[in-house]
Write a protein that binds this ligand. Structure first.
Ligand code: HEC
Ligand code: HEC
Length: 286
């Protein structure tokens, strides 16, 4: 009896196809990785950090966050995670150990992504080299060390819904809205925040003097930034592709990284959709 069940088990193991990711999923995932600008935070390129090994210091009013290793390493990275673990992290900001993530990880924006997209993104991450560099602990001020407090924050600021297109707008406009508010997470830097660090939903994309690294981030609506209101669609597309602004200067600081790791790698069609959306009106759909 024992021998027979052993044999059946062996047979079952031989018959189960080895988990091999589909190459087109990896390719779609690579595009989503650029769209999400993951490398801007999870690769500390300025300090020669290994790809996806994290370690980037993010100073904030709450203390300094260090981005974790999200490479395929099963111990130090997320190589051992299931797709379900990954979706829960990206969408609900919850770790496999059931702890809340800080919104320094912009899951509020990534939560708009579909299951299929997140599966592809995970397939891409799994296909990349593993790095065994351990993640660093955050250095946060009291009382922000307590992750349990984040339950309240999420209740206030995490909507958790997928993107729902506005049927009164074009497909192109909706694609732009999806990128800006979703994976491109433009809204996360280009909007003011409340005292609790949530996006100020009455002033989305209106710019802020208190952006990441203490930078001033300009508004992306004509009302909040009349100079930007003069940019034509093609000026926006050109800047997102090359990093050069209408006045001939190149983006500095974090926007330079956004262009390098994200918008310069997108399709013309996606840059055009972003431009159409930004030029269309002041506020994203709610
Ligand atoms: C603005 C910076 C930033 C960007 C962009 C960003 N992340 Fe993160 N990410 C973080 C920070 C900070 C944390 C740690 C959060 C915490 O400890 O609560 C994190 C945590 C994570 C985790 C959890 C890792 C773990 O060990 O528990 C995953 C998975 C993750 N990010 C994936 C991604 C992916 C995929 C992208 C691109 C689609 C991305 N991140 C883009 C900052 C960022
Ligand atoms: C990590 C923060 C961050 C993210 C994410 C971000 N930006 Fe920016 N952006 C900035 C900063 C900072 C500047 C100012 C750069 C400068 O003047 O050198 C800027 C400038 C710009 C400008 C020029 C506006 C002007 O009037 O000068 C445009 C256009 C722009 N961003 C579009 C986008 C789009 C589209 C996205 C999403 C794909 C995006 N940004 C995501 C930080 C960010």
């Amino acid at each position: 009896m024992i021998r027979r069940s052993g044999f059946i088990l062996l047979l079952a193991l031989l018959l189960v196809p080895t988990a091999q990711a589909d190459p087109s999923a990896i390719q779609r995932g690579a595009y989503l990785f650029a769209l999400g600008g993951c490398a801007s935070c999870h690769t500390d390129s300025d300090n020669g950090g290994e790809p996806l090994a994290g370690g980037l210091a993010m100073p904030t009013p709450f203390g300094t966050f260090y981005t974790p290793n999200i490479s395929a390493d099963p111990q130090q990275g997320i190589g051992a995670w299931s797709n379900a673990d990954f979706i829960r992290a990206m969408r609900r900001g919850i770790s496999p150990e059931d702890e809340h993530y800080y919104p320094a990880f912009p899951y509020t924006a990534y939560s708009l992504m579909s299951d299929a997209e997140l599966h592809d993104l995970k397939a891409y991450l799994d296909s990349q080299p593993a790095s065994a560099v351990p993640s660093k602990a955050h250095q946060l001020n009291f009382p922000f060390r307590y992750r349990s407090l984040l339950a309240l924050w999420k209740w206030l600021y995490l909507d958790g819904q997928r993107f729902s297109p506005d049927p009164n707008r074009s497909e192109q406009w909706n694609r732009g809205a999806y990128i800006v508010n979703g994976p491109g997470h433009c809204v996360e830097c280009h909007s003011p925040r409340t005292l609790l660090g949530g996006l100020d939903s009455d002033h989305l994309l209106e710019g802020t003097p208190d952006g990441p690294d203490g930078e001033t981030v300009p508004g992306l609506t004509a009302a909040s930034n009349p100079e930007f209101g003069q940019w034509l669609d093609e000026d926006i597309q050109f800047a997102l592709e090359t990093g050069m602004m209408l006045n001939g200067d190149f983006f500095s600081g974090t926007m330079g990284k956004v262009v390098d790791n994200s918008t310069s790698q997108l399709s013309e069609a996606d840059r055009a959709a972003i431009a159409v959306y930004l030029k269309s009106f002041a506020k994203p759909p709610q």
